[in-house]
Design a binder for this molecule. Structure first.
Ligand SMILES: C[S@@+](CC[C@H](N)C(=O)[O-])C[C@H]1O[C@@H](n2cnc3c(N)ncnc32)[C@H](O)[C@@H]1O
Length: 276
């Protein structure tokens, strides 16, 4: 284990996550906006994710840590009819996701409830597909969560768990580190990322495969990078002086780079199944 400071612990602190970081969609939307504006890929993120697994017609699907439900808005037209249950630690996120999904054709919203992924209130073998996207790095005990996710899957079921690699958004993390002294992006891979996730999921699943989404990013507006960092735990902890210094440092980085800063994208997903 690595030593965890108070600020590093925020990323897995349920009270901070529920009451501040993910109280409502504001912070998550600020980060999704950077990807929506600048990510370039032959196959965009959401359709790429949808094509990683098979979706059984009329299948029961559970989304844990569903956030705003943006995934379902993007991929519902690509999928067969599904029966979807949405869960998240945050009441505000469950509400936002349920509102977004309620209007979708082809998706029956059969449940929407706040709960911790480590304590899933569902019987064994309830779902054909479980989705845990960009959330297991927020969980204090991701192996315990993995055991619960395996428990609620039917035989032959599949888990999709998206996360990031250690170089994800490197230039953004670097600016946060330089001015604020740390970046929550640096903690993702240690907790549940591309290099640590397989051994964690392997405690509960017989087959675990990592797939990297090929994508690039070239940012042209310093304000977008400032908004991203401001939405993170490091930004929320920063003083007004640090916020001013952050804006100056980001603008200087863009000037030095001739107006456009390349940023590494290292996102992908694990596909995990029971075997035997
Ligand atoms: C980075 S967001 C990802 C949201 C969504 N899955 C997506 O990919 O856009 C992480 C989400 O996980 C939720 N979360 C954090 N810890 C959790 C836990 N222990 N159990 C369930 N949800 C959790 C947060 O409230 C937040 O909505």
């Amino acid at each position: 284990m690595w030593p965890v400071t108070r600020r590093e612990g925020l990323g897995t602190d349920p009270e901070y996550l529920r009451q501040r970081q993910y109280r409502d969609p504001t912070n998550l939307n600020a980060r999704i906006a950077l990807h929506a504006k600048y990510s370039r890929a032959d196959e965009p993120w959401y359709p790429w994710l949808a094509s990683r697994i098979e979706w059984p017609e009329g299948g029961d699907v559970l989304d844990v840590g569903c956030g705003t439900g943006a995934l379902w808005v993007a991929i519902a037209p690509l999928l067969p009819h599904l029966r979807l249950t949405l869960t998240d630690l945050s009441d505000g996120m469950v509400e936002a996701a349920a509102d977004a999904v309620a209007a979708l054709d082809g998706v029956d919203l059969v449940g929407a409830l706040p709960c911790d992924v480590q304590e899933l209130p569902f019987p064994d073998e309830s779902f054909d597909v479980v989705v845990a996207n960009h959330m297991l790095y927020h969980v204090p005990d991701p192996a315990r969560a993995a055991a619960g996710l395996a428990r609620v899957l039917r035989p032959g079921g599949v888990l999709m768990a998206a996360t990031n690699g250690p170089r994800h958004l490197d230039a953004v993390a670097d600016l946060s580190r330089q001015v604020l002294g740390w970046s929550p992006l640096d903690l993702v891979d240690r907790r549940f990322g591309s290099t640590s996730g397989a051994s964690i999921l392997g405690t509960a699943f017989g087959s675990v495969e990592w797939q990297l989404h090929p994508a690039t990013m070239l940012c042209t507006d310093p304000g977008d990078v400032v908004a991203f960092i401001a939405s993170t735990a490091a930004g929320q902890e920063a003083s007004p002086e640090q916020h001013r210094a952050l804006r100056d440092a980001v603008e200087a980085r863009f000037r030095d780079a001739g107006g456009a800063v390349p940023v590494t994208i290292e996102s992908g997903c694990f596909v995990a199944r029971q075997v035997g």
